[in-house]
Ligand binder design. Sequence first.
Ligand SMILES: Nc1ncnc2c1ncn2[C@@H]1O[C@H](COP(=O)(O)OP(=O)(O)OP(=O)(O)O)[C@@H](O)[C@H]1O
Length: 554
Amino acid sequence: MRRSVLILFCLVLAGVAEGLGVASLLPLITLIGEDGGGSKGAKVADVLSTVGLQPTIGVFLAILVIGMALKATLSLVALHQVGRAVADVAVKMRLQLIDALLAARWSYYVRQPVGRFSNALGGEANQAGETYNQAAQLVADLIQVATYVTIVALFSWKLALLSLAVGLLMVLTLNRFVTIAKRTARKQNRHVKRMIGGLTDLLVGIKPMKAMGRHARFQSLFERDAETIRRAQRKQSFARHANKTLQEPILAICLAAGIYAALVLGSAPPGEVLVMSVLLVRTVTTIGKAQQGLQALRIAEAGFVAVTETIELARRARESLHPGATPSFERAVAFRDVSFAYDREPVIENASFEVPKGLVTTITGGSGAGKTTTVDLLLGLHEPTAGEILIDGAPLAGLDLVAWRRMTGYVPQELILFHDTLLSNVTLGQPEFTREDVERALEAAGAADFVAKLPEGVETIVGERGARLSGGQRQRIAIARALIHRPQLLILDEATTALDPDTEANIVRNVMDLARSTGLTVLAISHQPAWARAADHVVHLAEGRVVKVDSHAA
Ligand SMILES: Nc1ncnc2c1ncn2[C@@H]1O[C@H](COP(=O)(O)OP(=O)(O)OP(=O)(O)O)[C@@H](O)[C@H]1O
């Protein structure tokens, strides 16, 4: 805000300096219009003499040079500040977007194409910064218009009105090119966003497409977007050039009509007509420049609008992480008559079961039975539509949710490793974890042996989404990641389903040993028999209902 005021202040002063400089030219140019113009230029000389300056040619020229130098200096200060503001605006919007995204509810991500965010963080945020630049340029142009109109009014108020009228005529005639530029910029942004969103999705799932030779088909989908972008870009470019180049003939027509009327019909003195023509052209050209500035602003604004909308949508999906009591987990987690629906159809209905502390519980059931949803509810990623989830008897809704999540280790069904070192994948970049912590977690997850055999050990880069590791190795790394912060409850959501029975049995044995030796509570979601056989408790789900609970606990 303070910077904007400083910029405005500098621009206004620059306008005044330019005005003074140009005004000092008036007496000079009126000399050219020896017949009649001299008296009007003399007004400026009068003004100068009232402030103690001799109206000599030397003084006029000195004022012109000083005025222009001052204008240049002040403009430079303003533009330097504008440059800083442009970078600040882009960075601020990026940070706001990241902040809003990270604070959003889980259900929000599920409904968004991720590419949308990459685009907002990249091109659109830059465009948003550029909006500030164009807005400042427009303000500078408008100040210049005001300066010229004032100077012309000093010379002749009728000429000032005429300049404004011609300028307005030009603005109204060419305004549709500004509208076209704005429309095409928004269209272009929309399709670029769609293209990036689609491509990101495609690249995430490229392996099966390649494997089945079906990737080429997608080319045509992107071609359609690319074609729309091409057309929008061409139209926008035409609108920009048309706005610029058509200003001259409009001005020429008005000027020719004016000169004809003044010289032939009105028999005005040619000198005065010449001076008036010079002033009119200068003023109207400045108005034209302001209109081009408005057009550039409209184009850049498309990015600003797009990022603002994305931030707004993410903010509306903000997760309500109300402060609450610190959870204690000494006895059990319990679902009491919990129901939940994503849309209208209930996915979980009156579910009641317990996950006792220190034991291994498995939730089993067919595909779509609601197992993942149950875990999501337990982690507070969704809120039950009815019933309660209790941690040691305390309703989860009244607890500090982040503190509760920090007490859990979570290994999802579709785990993603980052394209980074094995170490960073386990610590998730959190510097408080030492190498000993990493080694302990790898050991506990049964990953220490294979990591030790890698030439670069924990410094091995795992490749895009962990592609340089086998499925079982990736899963062990994900378990190590879930164990490094010594959670009290380890949740494995189909974490071993994709593995061969031997690897799965190995991981099950490992986790069971860990649970027995450390008292870690484990909740394993699986429709495979391996976990059901090993667990102390088995909760059977079918169509969102708990149909049976088996207890093998000693
Ligand atoms: N984000 C969502 N929006 C709408 N419906 C959803 C969403 N996620 C899951 N569902 C629906 O909820 C039901 C339960 O899904 P859930 O993923 O919990 O089942 P699951 O038992 O884990 O299945 P699987 O073993 O196949 O992973 C399914 O009918 C599914 O279509």
